[in-house]
Every structure is written in C-alpha cells, then in structure tokens.
Design a protein around this ligand. Structure first.
Ligand SMILES: CC(C)(COP(=O)(O)OP(=O)(O)OC[C@H]1O[C@@H](n2cnc3c(N)ncnc32)[C@H](O)[C@@H]1OP(=O)(O)O)[C@@H](O)C(=O)NCCC(=O)NCCS
Length: 166
C-alpha cells in the first residue's frame, strides 16, 4: 500500500479543501522555514535550512495544504514530523497548523496519520513535548509522563559542553 493511499482523505474547511501528503522527499526547506517563521513557532526560530535538510533525512514530514482550484499543491497549512527508532520509541515534532485554520481538525488528522504511518514500524510508544497544546493529545491517549510513574529527563548540549562532556 502506498503512502498516498494511507493519507487522510481531503478535508473540507471554511477556507477550502485541505489535502494531506507525505512530503519528506519533496519538501522545500525554504518554504518550511518561511511557514514556521510566519506562524511564529518559537522552537524553530533559529532552525537553519541545513538543519531542516538533516531533520528531513531522518524523519517523515506529513503536511496539509489548501488545494487550489482543480490542482495539487497550494498553501502549506499544517505540518507534523515523526521520528522513529523502529523498535522502541517514536516521537512527534513540529505539529503546527496555520493560524487561520486552527480548530478545524487539521492537526488531529496529521497526528492520527503519524500514529499509524507504516514507516514508524513496530515501536512500543510515542512521545512528544509540548508547551501549551496540552488538550490536543489526550484524545489520542497521550498522558503526562508523571501520570505513568516515569521521570522525563534531558540535558542541553550547551550544559554538556560546559561540563566538558562534548
Ligand atoms: C496546537 C495546534 C497544532 C492545533 O492545531 P489545530 O489544527 O487547530 O488542531 P485541531 O483542530 O485538530 O484540534 C484543536 C484542539 O487542540 C487543542 N488545542 C489547540 N491549541 C491549544 C492550546 N493552545 N492549548 C490547549 N489545547 C489546545 C484543543 O483541544 C482544540 O480543541 P477545540 O478545537 O475543540 O478547541 C495549533 O494551535 C498550533 O499550530 N499552535 C501553535 C504551535 C503549537 O503550539 N504546536 C503544538 C506543539 S506540540
């Protein structure tokens, strides 16, 4: 089965028809950078085109676009990126919907697709970090790590450097 067959069906929104695609191999890093800057997404503010290229090489980029009259393509209005180690854990990143299309189910459709995307493989769990969109994820079964009796730990590379560990 191809990714195209597995993509969510196009969705009607007040702004028009939104279609979904796996753009991992066709994405234009410049367009992604412009989209994330326009949406003022804080965690991508310093992301360079070279970093976008590296991210696309090791994860899958699922997108939503407003379909122009009678054609493919159109304005980017949603993204989700999924990474996987294909055995244990997968992680969702860059879940962003264009501000004028919020609350129409675009992010939910992309997240649902990422959760069942065959590239992810047989993992045991999906994880993600979020600052404020906390109400989006419980509908898919996500729980805060504390509720599962685990402690989420991380270290910033700048702190590792300060300790001479990198
Ligand atoms: C969070 C975001 C991706 C949701 O996109 P969307 O396409 O509007 O999402 P959906 O329509 O599928 O679902 C909307 C639901 O998400 C939840 N949600 C959205 N924004 C939220 C916020 N700031 N705080 C808490 N919950 C939020 C709500 O439950 C909302 O339900 P409602 O429409 O009934 O109010 C979008 O608001 C966005 O791009 N925000 C900026 C970037 C961001 O914070 N991304 C999340 C990173 S993990």
């Amino acid at each position: 089965m191809t990714d195209a067959l597995l993509a969510p069906a196009p969705m009607e929104t007040p702004s028009g028809l939104v279609a979904f695609a796996d753009e991992t191999w066709t994405a234009d890093p410049k367009e992604l950078q412009t989209y994330f800057q326009a949406e003022a997404v804080p965690w991508t503010a310093d992301r360079t085109l070279e970093q976008w290229r590296r991210l696309l090489a090791c994860s899958r980029l699922l997108t939503a676009r407003l379909v122009p009259e009678g054609g493919r393509g159109g304005r980017l209005v949603g993204t989700t990126r999924v990474w996987s180690d294909h055995a244990y854990e997968a992680k969702l990143y860059d879940v962003v919907t264009a501000s004028d299309l919020h609350h129409h189910g675009v992010a939910s459709a992309l997240v649902r697709w990422a959760l069942r995307h065959p590239w992810v493989g047989e993992v045991q769990r999906f994880v993600l970090e979020t600052r404020d969109a906390v109400d989006l994820y419980p509908r898919f079964g996500f729980q805060r790590a504390e509720a599962m009796d685990t402690i989420h730990m991380r270290v910033l590379v700048k702190d590792l450097k300060q300790k001479g560990l990198r």
